[in-house]
Design a protein around this ligand. Structure first.
Ligand code: UTP
Length: 473
């Protein structure tokens, strides 16, 4: 250990991080071993770059010199040729799902601080009548899709070291929600060290570096390193349907999206919605040097965000909702080429130990967490398409407890979508004067995966009265 210690000491001192070994003399052999392992696991060839370019440098991302709005497949095909393409894409998407070539992948490694829920976000109860958790809704959707297409639809779940064991336990104790345990693959993402404002890596304890999950962009490495890609290869999976754990309305297996992506031979594609307002807090789909690129809302200057077309629509109207199709071969290619995504800094309150070894719990932000974002891989794709979708059909992120983008608004949107599906099938739904539903409705994935399924089953729906709590399964 002495020899390893010496080389590690030289390494950390050479990178201005000698304080990581400040408590060495106080550690027992287990603590020493653990700390050396953590330091050895850090990519020191990058630490200086992270400290100077992301930690100490607070200027926002440099805007590309020349960029415009990205093209997009619209909600409805605009003409006959496109209508035929959509029909063919839907057919191909269904064929690919039936053949087991499409897997689904949820990123669930976040800390969910805004939701303030004590447990993995996926275990948050959200459905309006049965209070099903997000994980249960997804599992039931996967089961319904598997049944419809007579296919194996494996589910990949990314956790982080902070919630991995708990997530595994949630799945185990719920008996994998009725799915085959062998079709659920849970793996962990990596971490990145937390820094003080002056570029020093923080210690969580005398023998532990303070780390945070490396962002949803870490998924592209974790899929590979954690064995998910190898598992997909064994199963013949070619396409990965990606979404975020807090979106209760997601359409996990969308044949049209899969089909358009496959027909166009794209490597990574996205769904978009029309922004609710120019400064909505979602990324903007742009075209930079011919490549689809997401520019964060905070990086898009006001004059671009507010710019309008002659018809009044926003020039940069397409917002990213973190729904992607990613080719397995794209993930393999990136990893074999040794790619890296840019990092983003977040100023946070980070508990750590001080120079005397005492735990410091900051009342104010005191450091920087670094993370990468999955959409930064879009420009690395040889081709990337975008398909427009409707917010009310597919996007209800439960970021907070109440208010905008909350568990409360997601629940309301689940009821609203169910009501809209029923009404389009000719079923009367009681409404209040303000237009909101005067009843609670929950449609289980086993009953319908979309509007058309409801049409086919409308005869089975009982008359809905004011104040009813209707559950359709
Ligand atoms: P958010 O950016 O909403 O973060 O993640 P969060 O951690 O869930 O919530 P806050 O910001 O602490 O309140 C968007 C999606 O990306 C996943 C999350 O689980 C969520 O599905 N994610 C985020 C990861 O899987 N890993 C990360 O390191 C960060």
């Amino acid at each position: 250990m002495e020899k390893t210690f010496e080389s590690i000491r030289r390494l950390v001192e050479g990178h201005n991080q000698g304080h990581l070994l400040a408590f060495w003399e106080q550690l027992d052999s287990v603590g020493r071993q653990g700390l050396l392992g953590q330091i050895a696991g850090l990519d020191f060839s990058q630490v200086d770059d992270w400290a100077s370019n992301y930690v100490k440098n607070s200027s926002s991302a440099i805007l590309p010199g020349d960029f415009g709005p990205a093209p997009c497949y619209s909600l409805e095909p605009p003409d006959g040729d496109m209508a035929r393409k959509y029909t063919e894409a839907r057919r191909l998407g269904e064929e690919l799902i039936s053949a087991g070539k499409v897997a689904c992948f949820v990123v669930a490694g976040g800390q969910g601080t805004r939701l303030g829920f004590d447990g993995p976000k996926g275990d948050f109860p959200i459905s309006p009548v049965k209070n099903k958790t997000l994980f249960r809704i997804f599992a039931e959707t996967i089961a319904a899709v598997s049944k419809r297409y007579q296919a194996h639809c494996p589910w990949y779940v990314m956790t982080s070291p902070l919630n991995h064991a708990e997530t595994q336990e949630v799945f185990r104790s719920n008996n994998y929600y009725g799915l085959d345990e062998g079709d659920v693959f849970i793996f962990q993402q990596g971490t990145l060290p937390n820094f003080s404002f002056d570029g020093k890596i923080l210690l969580a304890d005398k023998d532990a570096i303070s780390c945070s999950p490396d962002g949803h962009g870490g998924s592209l490495k974790a899929l590979y390193k954690g064995g998910a890609v190898a598992d997909m290869k064994k199963r013949g999976v070619e396409f990965i349907s990606y979404w975020q754990v807090d979106n209760s309305l997601v359409n996990i297996f969308d044949p049209l999206f899969v089909g358009l992506h496959a027909i166009d031979e794209a490597e990574m594609s996205s769904k978009a919605l029309i922004k609710a307002e120019p400064r909505e807090k979602i990324g903007n789909f742009c075209l930079v040097d011919g490549k689809v690129t997401v520019i964060e809302y905070s990086d898009l200057p006001e004059e671009f965000a507010e710019k309008r077309n002659p018809d009044g629509s926003l020039v940069f109207e397409l917002g990213s909702i973190a729904i992607h199709i990613i080719n397995r071969s794209f993930v393999e290619r990136l990893n074999s080429e040794g790619f890296s995504l840019p990092l983003h800094r977040a100023v946070k309150k980070i508990p750590h130990i001080d120079a005397e070894g005492r735990l410091f719990e900051p009342a104010e932000p005191n450091g920087i967490k670094l993370e990468s974002f999955v959409f930064d891989a879009l420009p690395l794709a040889s081709k990337s398409i975008i398909l427009e979708t409707k917010r009310s059909e597919e996007f209800a992120p439960a970021k907070n407890r109440t208010g905008v983008d909350s568990a409360e608004s997601a629940r309301e949107m689940m009821i609203a979508r169910a009501a809209a599906w029923l009404e389009s099938a000719g079923v009367a739904v009681p409404r209040k004067q303000d237009g909101s539903t005067d009843c609670l409705i929950e449609i289980a994935p086993s009953f319908a995966l979309g509007r058309d399924d409801v049409k086919a089953k409308a005869g089975r729906v009982p008359k809905i009265k004011r104040g009813d709590e209707l559950y359709l399964a």
